[in-house]
Design a protein around this ligand. Structure first.
Ligand code: FES
Length: 78
């Protein structure tokens, strides 16, 4: 879905920016131009930013869980 029509920015673009470290609307504006023209997309862009950050946090947890069992085995082996 397009979030910013003026700059042709989609939710996917915002998700990619978040995965590369963007965490504020200001950073998103600097990087993608979101809310830099008419500004009508600012609220939606902020919501997408928060959603993408929450999803990134959610997807990071399984990686930690996957690491934990091997750590436990390593400790048991010592
Ligand atoms: S729709 Fe994003 S600046 Fe206009």
């Amino acid at each position: 879905m397009y979030v910013c029509i003026c700059n042709a920015v989609t939710e996917r673009h915002i998700g990619e920016a978040v995965s590369e470290g963007v965490s504020t609307l200001r950073e998103l504006r600097t990087r993608l131009g979101v809310a830099g023209e008419c500004g009508r997309c600012a609220t939606c862009a902020r919501d997408c930013l928060r959603t993408a950050m929450a999803e990134q946090t959610t997807t990071a947890k399984p990686a930690m869980t996957a690491f934990a069992p091997s750590y436990s085995l390593a400790v048991e082996a010592v």
